[in-house]
Ligand binder design. Structure first.
Ligand code: FA5
Length: 343
């Protein structure tokens, strides 16, 4: 009987060792220790033994069962550790891995447009300048011929910064303050463009964003005329949009230019025939422009009798939308990879 018990124990230990996985081990456990196991069958035969043999065989059976239970527990934790290691290996993320089939990221569409515009203007002989996004009231308004309480200030819904005296510091509402900084920094002649981010208390909708981009142009030289301004705008829109797109100027008002105009381009969707995007007029508004006001020249110490110039400013986001047929500016900020990947 003792030999049979040892044989059943050794067989059970072999099966435990041979279990290939936790599920395998669960199946083995009931076969080795359950009611129909070899050890259970041997226990049933104890009753037929005489008392001394029964005691000895009973002890041997208890020891055999304890050994098998121990072996099961040890094998179970061994298999669980192996399964966890396999899962970790399978789920491992190598953040340094370069997967050649994946497409790499690229510049945002607005940045691409800004770069292209800069290229077009540099090709026309302009230099690129930049200025701060947090500005003083003087640069954003006063030097641009808008003294305190000038009604034209309400043309721009301004976001003020809590710095210094009330309403003395702001997020620039347009790129025009950079004109002033460029003129202060150098003497004429000036042929410069100034791209950058601008801020207004505008609610986001299909054609407005509270944070958007403009590009400003400034020319200061002798005998500059309105014809030079119109020709420059026509030349860059042709270079950017292609020869089918033309410009027109409409009389307007800006405190820092006189005369002032707004400029439109041929609607890129209907090529001038009239459609929903352009409100059936065949033209899309792009920006403002005009001849630099003598008071702006005075603010930076230029003699308005000696120097003449023009300036223009237009929205890069709206220009991007026009060129790529995007009918809602908010798409540009949605960070939806399916949208961004198209460009
Ligand atoms: C100006 O900001 C003037 N500084 C432009 C200028 C410069 C005139 C130099 C004369 C000489 P305006 O507020 O119209 O003008 O804005 C110019 C352009 O910015 C608009 O035509 C439009 O294309 C864009 N823009 C204005 N507000 C928004 C907005 N909330 N979201 C997106 N684009 C905007």
């Amino acid at each position: 009987m003792i030999d049979e018990i040892h044989a059943a124990r050794d067989e059970a230990l072999r099966r435990v060792e041979a279990a290939a996985g936790v599920a395998d081990l669960d199946g083995a456990e009931s076969a080795l220790l359950g009611k129909r196991s070899a050890l259970a069958a041997l226990r049933q035969r104890l009753g037929a033994l005489d008392p001394d043999e029964r005691r000895e065989a009973g002890r041997a059976l208890n020891e055999a069962r304890a050994r098998v239970e121990e072996a099961l527990a040890a094998r179970r934790s061994e298999l669980a550790a192996g399964a966890r290691a396999d899962r970790l290996e399978a789920e491992r993320l190598d953040l340094t891995e370069v997967v050649p089939t994946r497409r790499r990221g690229h510049l945002h569409l607005v940045t691409q447009t800004r770069d292209r515009l800069e290229d077009v203007f540099v090709g026309m002989g302009f230099v690129v300048a930049e200025g701060p996004e947090v500005e003083t009231d003087w640069y954003n308004f006063e030097a641009l011929n808008m003294p305190p309480a000038h009604p034209a200030r309400s043309m721009w819904d301004t976001l003020y910064v809590d710095l210094g005296p009330p309403e003395s510091t702001l997020l620039r509402t347009h790129t025009s303050p950079v004109q002033v900084r460029v003129m202060q920094a150098q003497s004429p002649p000036i042929y410069a463009v100034m791209p950058g981010r601008t801020y207004r208390r505008d609610t986001a909708d299909a054609s407005h964003l509270p944070v958007f981009h403009q590009i400003e142009g400034l020319v200061v030289d002798r005998r500059i005329t309105f014809g030079d301004l119109a020709g420059t705008i026509e030349a860059f829109t042709n270079a950017y949009f292609g020869p089918d797109i033309h410009t027109r100027l409409r009389p307007s008002y800006f405190p820092f230019t006189e005369p002032s105009a707004e400029f439109d381009i041929t609607c890129v969707f209907c090529k001038g025939d009239g459609c929903r995007s352009c409100g059936q007029v065949g033209w899309l508004e792009l920006g403002g422009c005009g001849m630099v006001h003598p008071n702006v020249f005075r603010a930076v110490g230029y003699d308005p009798e000696e120097w003449t110039g023009f300036a223009f400013g237009f929205g890069i986001d709206r220009m991007t939308a026009s060129r790529h047929g995007i009918d809602d500016l908010r798409e540009l900020l949605s960070n939806d990879i399916r949208f961004l990947e198209q460009f």
